[in-house]
Design a binder for this molecule. Structure first.
Ligand code: GLN
Length: 257
């Protein structure tokens, strides 16, 4: 009798341990009992993520807030260099990645992405008075600015040996723009919606050359194999916001006209 009781408790204990082990959801609870997820953003990236009067704004910021509201969780936004977002996710410092992050096969090895929420694509950008660079082939022997850890930087890496140019790396987009504005570099690679928004907002003295070089789309991410419940919630929230018009409202708020 005693022995069977002991076996019972050992089995129960094992079951409890297994239940704890399989709980790979993260986030913390706040006073109202809602789960708070930490979201990594790149606040040098208008119109998706930027800072106005000490407040984070932009398409991504409004979108994740609206999704959180729709799905009954809360978010805590963590600003960081874009290149730091995936490492922070891997280190468990973040639950969710944003940052205007393109869904790529390479990133899918470590990140599970939501359904795509925005069509972006990389563009070649030069100074407004440059009529010499008509395509990437014309970059031969020139200096090209890229932002660390981005698809633009990967694109440059993928063609640099064939074409032959010098790559200069930056941590954020404004510094990369400046490098071409002041003539230190001849060209840069940036996502089309980001550079076209920047050019429309202020006279940067920059222009986009030719068509987009790929058709990357943005996705919200969680660490691969983890936080699948919140991934499903974000997808459901995205779907709801598309259906009820809120998604379009957010896009129009930043991109109308
Ligand atoms: N969309 C690009 C990428 O995913 C750039 C993102 C960014 O610079 N914030 O690499």
């Amino acid at each position: 009798m005693r022995k069977s009781l002991l076996v019972f408790f050992v089995a129960l204990f094992a079951l409890v341990l297994a239940a704890c082990g399989s709980n790979n959801e993260s986030g913390t609870s706040n006073e109202s009992g809602k789960t708070v997820y930490k979201v990594g953003i790149d606040t040098t990236y208008p119109p998706f993520e930027y800072e106005v009067d000490g407040k984070y704004v932009g398409i991504d910021v409004d979108l994740i807030n609206a999704i959180a509201e729709d799905q009954g969780f809360e978010v805590q936004l963590e600003a960081m260099d874009f290149k730091g977002i995936i490492p922070a996710l891997q280190a468990g410092q973040l639950d969710i990645s944003m940052g205007g992050m393109s869904i790529t096969e390479d990133r899918k090895k470590v990140v599970d992405f939501t359904d795509p929420y925005f069509d972006a694509g990389v563009s070649l950008v030069v100074s407004k008075d440059n009529s010499e660079i008509k395509s990437v082939e014309d970059l031969k022997g020139k200096k090209v600015a890229v932002k660390k850890g981005t698809v633009g930087a990967n694109y440059a890496d993928s063609i640099v040996n064939d074409i032959g140019f010098e790559i200069i790396q930056f941590d954020d987009s404004p510094s990369m723009f400046l490098e071409v504005q002041n003539g230190n570099a001849v060209a840069l690679f940036e996502d089309y919606p980001v550079i076209s928004y920047a050019i429309a907002q202020q006279d940067l003295g920059l222009q986009v050359v030719g068509d987009r070089l790929n058709d990357d789309q943005y996705g919200i991410g969680v660490l691969k194999g983890k936080n699948q419940e919140v991934l499903a919630k974000i997808n459901q929230g995205l779907k709801n916001l598309k259906e009820n018009g809120k998604y379009q409202e957010i896009i129009d708020k930043y991109l109308a006209d």
